[in-house]
Design a protein around this ligand. Sequence first.
Ligand code: ARG
Ligand code: ZN
Length: 499
Amino acid sequence: MRHRLLVPGAVALSLVLAVPASAADFTPGAPGVGDTYYPESGNGGYDVSHYDLRLKYQPKTDLLQGTATLLATTTQDLSRFNLDFALKVSEIRVNGKKARFATSGKHELEVTPATPLEKGKQISVVVRYADKPSQVKIDNYSAWARTPDGGVVAQEPDAAVWWFPSNDHPTDKATYDVSVAVPDGTQALSNGVLASQSSKLGWTRYNWRSDKPQATYLTTLAVGKFDITTDTTANGLPVINAVSKDLGANEGSARASIARTAEATEWLESVFGPYPFNAVGGYVPNVPAHYALETQTRPFYGKKAFDRGTNVSVVVHELAHQWYGDSVSLKDWKDIWINEGFAAYSQWLWSEKEGEGTAQQLADYVYAQHPADDPFWKVRPGNPGAENQFDDAVYDRGALALQALRNKVGDKVFFGILKSWPTEHRYGNASVADFVKFAGKKSGTSLDGFFDTWLFEPTRPAAGAAGRTLGVRHTAVAEPKSWRQIAAATHGVHGVHGH
Ligand code: ARG
Ligand code: ZN
């Protein structure tokens, strides 16, 4: 609806007040948000609140056509600003007017609006594009995986640049409407709930909505032929699970694993507090990957995750991320322990509940498996470096640190922290330092030195540093029943990124 009625006095007043700022005040937005590991990720000068992606994908040719509409607020006077995007663009409009654009760096798109943008204003940016995402390579790599029946994009830390223009850093979260047209008989999956679906002239359009703040790398798209099951949890939360019709011998184990999603979510709520999003589920496309990813509301599982039968541990891990990583996101990629340490520890707690080894037994086992001279201890989970971001130590030493914390502060304080952290930081961003401060406050003592030992020293902590003595000789510590599943969920995931 348009308001065509204008009060003459108000017009006169706004003319008087519209003093143009001098051109010199308008400067380009930064090409990155200043991430320690990935300086080009994200951009400065604006904050996105919503992405509307209207896409069409043809599996036969890998052609992705799209119109992305970004709603954002400027945070400085901008002469121009950057988007992160790698696909071929044909037109960009800012506030409805054609803008000039140029590419630079690995995935930067420099947008110069027809008129400079004042700080604190709402803007719209419309980007039209078409490209073959699996053929667009950065450092000889594409995050878009083409499958026999479609394509999938689910990667960390970089995924968005292969399918939509964005401010590609977890510190700028937004809501999403993802609408995708695919040939009839093929489905398109994304995050949240399926708001509607319609078919016309051989194409079916799926309209997905994720209505809570969501990081760019947690936004996913899968096109293919899936068996989709829908349900609601005991609490009324929609559950949407999808398994490729083309999984061969892994079909049963994949289905049986993600069938545990509602149950695992309910249990995680008892540990971490209320589930933060509008839907839950999981999907297993036909990609020959064994890693999984905590894509918001709908984790991705590579089909090889189920090569050796069901793996509920990986489902627990990805769902735990909905609280630790997705709702509470990291501030900087160096804070990866805020995600992985807790998701890994949730697998230890699940094992404890299932009677397959307590978290203490798993801690003993991990500690004893790695002698003091093992390079495992050289990785600092609190700041592992980009090349070790998904090293086994981030997960296993990361979880060990939490068991040490549990022993130090006691179960009551520890589980209080596990529940209050996601509640008090919901939909926000936090750093490792923020957690150290938070745990210190909740326990009433400074934990700076303690966390330095467990997360930041490149050496094995003394066996007694865990509050109780950990087993030292690996021959003396039995392998917990759950260990192989736990390890299969997370070990070696860093190797498949392709860089
Ligand atoms: N966050 C994922 C996990 O659940 C790890 C993904 C690693 N990235 C990759 N491309 N393998 O552990
Ligand atoms: Zn993880």
